[in-house]
Ligand binder design. Structure first.
Ligand SMILES: [Zn+2]
Length: 259
């Protein structure tokens, strides 16, 4: 069920059921090497969300392609949304979904660069007045963790690599320019293998805007990866439907004193 394809009355009837989770897929607009499109993360997150919603009824909102790609701005095609704008935008969307009657909201993230800001968005709800429960699958590929070692042939994965290219070969083959795919030349990240965090543009780590070896990607690997992600989301939506743990804390004024 896609939000934008329903009529107003259909959407309102759906909200009245009371058991429907609203799902927001979020991706990015950023370089994905020479062979994958800029919107890869949102395209994949949207598709896995739709496939999960077919099995476990939910309402899927249009994907958010606009997101946080600060470290990829050096590459053509990146649209970076400032963190303050993105946090307000997410808050605004969740409030509107809730106003329409859907009180459980799940964000499905397809872009690693959004993970930290989504975690911040989640915890910052505790100091706001909200009338909905928020759930976030902040880390892309979390449900693939088990099958990744069985599938991967390459050591370096993470961005437009063997794994991400496999997703795209399965879901959007016509958007993959495989004739341009070759092994990426990557450098070490600043202060790699230390606990020190220092901000750096990805252009100094992967000058071509991708990592690993996408030539090892296959449609078959993509199918298994998608299956794992979709099954993980189905399971997550079921748990969210059953979850009542946030009922009390969801309605707060943001001004409570500590116990
Ligand atoms: Zn990506």
């Amino acid at each position: 069920m896609r939000w934008e394809e329903l009529t107003a009355d259909e959407l309102s009837d759906l909200a009245k059921r009371g058991d429907i989770v609203a799902v927001i897929p979020i991706g990015s607009l950023e370089k994905h090497g020479p062979h994958l499109p800029l919107g890869t993360d949102g395209l994949v997150a949207y598709e896995v969300a739709l496939r999960a919603a077919e099995k476990e009824p939910s309402i899927v909102l249009p994907p958010l392609f606009y997101s946080y790609v600060a470290d990829m701005r050096q590459f053509p095609g990146a649209i970076n949304i400032r963190e303050d704008v993105l946090l307000s935008f997410l808050e605004n969307i969740c409030e509107e979904i809730s106003r329409n009657g859907f009180k459980k909201i799940l964000i499905i993230n397809g872009h690693g660069g959004n993970t930290n800001i989504l975690r911040l968005f989640a915890t910052s709800r505790l100091t706001r007045k909200t009338d909905y429960s928020l759930y976030i699958l902040a880390e892309p590929w979390a449900f693939e963790r088990e099958i990744l070692p069985k599938i991967r042939e390459t050591s370096e994965i993470g961005h437009a690599c063997e794994i991400e290219t496999s997703f795209m070969l399965y879901l959007y083959p016509s958007l993959c320019r495989m004739e341009r795919a070759k092994i990426a030349k990557t450098k070490t990240k600043p202060l790699e293998e230390t606990p020190i965090i220092t901000p750096f543009d990805w252009v100094i780590y992967c000058p071509e805007g991708y990592v690993g070896d996408p030539t090892k990607a296959t449609r078959e690997k993509g199918e298994k990866l998608v299956e794992a992600w979709v099954n993980g989301i189905i399971e997550a939506i079921r748990k969210i439907k059953a979850d009542e743990s946030l009922k009390e804390s969801a309605v707060t004024t943001g001004t409570e004193n500590p116990p």
